[in-house]
Design a protein around this ligand. Structure first.
Ligand code: C2G
Length: 433
């Protein structure tokens, strides 16, 4: 019996896929089809596959052409599969011409000519291209433009400077279906409201507003209008970080008793960014250092105290320490600007602790460490580019299919605004030394 194998994502199954399967099947007597898993696709840069694995498997099964369907989960799996399933022919579309020649050491390799004029990407984009307007400037805005190129189904139509006349910004909002807001934090609330009024979905940098009540109202308003309001904070959307949180919730370190997180940078703070509030370490890093605490311990802290070392002349906090007391444990987070420190995260539990080395907010690597080092585990998650593409892909998914933003739930977003509000209030009314 001649066995053939082929692989694919098979998202939004179309006649190009069907032709490929038919021709692959005709090369032998038994066809094995490898369907890619979500995480494999993300790792190889396919970020906005629309259908979940099981749905894609069902579609392949529905053709009646596959004798066996397997998941494709990791790089290098093809050689394993060829050996495991006793494969004679590896077949793949001609868009991969040459890429899989290395498999010739294991079996025959056939490139099947690709069906012209149809692709999952073009189906995804048909009538569904999401046009974006950006309110912001500088490095962040241009990084967003660059990263958006990795998410099919999105294009940037216009960029507006936050200093621009509101009429111009309003006009832009009328011409796009989504807006990304990275203006100064005290202006964000107004832009979010305006964009929602004009029927745009909104991606907004963290914090959405510097007042809890305003953030809450904006979420209510978005819901009322049937639009997505989405708070961006890169770390929240990284696979490594979300896996870490899931592991902790699943009891990997036992009951968590303490969370320590530090974020510092050498560059001077964007003081102007916070206008009359003045900037500093907390305004630069606050949402980041709060994130692991709020994701793991939740938002029900009993006490929260801030201490800052202030550069009084410039009204900036150079280093800030925040202690949060929860019924089950304590969190101690630090932020610094113009100070170099170990930007690590430690989540300590009754069975073990998780250590994320600097810069923890990228969460590309972490370890679970036990009393007995033989039990230690290491986890790696690669981030492509600046990592903004993951947020954009998640946003697009929510716009298209609805649902909850589990990476940054509303109550966490609200609490980040509340903590920033409280911090800025205390800073104004306290004289820290
Ligand atoms: N295909 C085709 N004609 C099209 C579109 C796709 O012949 N118009 C083929 C592709 O060449 C591939 C298969 O259909 O052989 C599945 O395509 P995708 O779902 O796009 O998967 P792909 O990203 O090509 O994955 O590691 C290799 C991958 O698993 C192949």
């Amino acid at each position: 019996m001649k066995k053939v194998i082929t692989y694919g994502t098979f998202d939004l199954f179309h006649h190009g896929h069907l032709n490929l399967l038919k021709r692959a099947k005709a090369l032998g007597d038994y066809l094995v089809v490898g369907v890619t898993t979500e995480s494999f696709d993300i790792n190889r840069g396919k970020l906005n596959v629309q259908q979940p694995l099981m749905e894609r498997v069902r579609q392949v099964k529905g053709t009646g052409l596959a004798d066996e369907i397997i998941p494709e989960e990791y790089e290098g799996q093809k050689i394993d599969d060829i050996q495991k399933y006793g494969i004679d022919v590896f077949a793949i579309g001609s868009d991969w011409e040459g890429t899989f020649d290395y498999l010739k050491d294991y079996c025959e390799v056939v490139y099947i000519s690709r069906t012209e004029g149809v692709s999952s990407t073009s189906i995804r984009e048909q009538g569904q291209l999401l046009s974006f307007g950006i309110i912001g400037r500088g490095k962040m805005a241009s990084m967003f433009v660059d990263e958006s190129k990795f998410v099919s189904g999105v294009y940037i139509k216009q960029v507006c400077d936050p200093g621009e006349d509101l009429k111009v910004t309003g006009k832009m909002m009328e011409e796009v279906s989504a807006v990304y807001i990275l203006s100064e934090p005290d202006k964000r609330g107004r832009y979010v409201k305006m964009a929602l009024e004009k029927g745009c979905h909104v991606m907004c940098e963290s914090p959405v507003s510097l007042r809890r009540e305003e953030t809450k109202e904006l979420y209510r308003y978005a819901e009322e209008k049937g639009l997505v309001l989405f708070e961006t904070l890169k770390t929240a959307y990284f696979k490594g970080f979300s896996r870490l949180v899931l592991l902790v919730k699943g009891g990997a370190v036992g009951s968590v008793k303490s969370i320590d997180a530090t974020c510092t940078s050498m560059k001077p703070s964007n003081s102007w960014f916070y206008g009359s509030h003045g900037g500093g370490s907390m305004t630069d890093w606050g949402p980041f250092v709060f994130l692991p605490v709020l994701k793991i311990f939740g938002t029900g802290f009993e006490k929260c105290s801030f201490t800052s070392y202030m550069d009084k002349e410039n009204q900036t906090d150079l280093f800030t320490q925040v202690t949060m007391l929860y019924p089950e444990g304590i969190a101690s987070v630090r932020a610094g600007c113009g100070v170099k420190s170990e930007g690590s995260l430690v989540v300590s539990g009754t069975k073990a602790y998780i250590y994320v080395p600097a810069p923890w907010w990228k969460t590309e690597y972490f370890e679970i460490r036990y009393e007995d080092p033989n039990q230690n585990r290491r986890y790696f998650y690669k981030i492509e580019g600046e990592g903004i593409r993951y947020e954009i892909a998640e946003f697009l998914k929510l716009v298209r299919t609805g649902g909850t933003n589990f990476a940054m739930e509303e109550h966490i977003s609200e609490t980040i605004s509340a903590l920033m509000e409280e911090y800025l209030y205390e800073r104004k009314n306290n004289s820290w030394i």
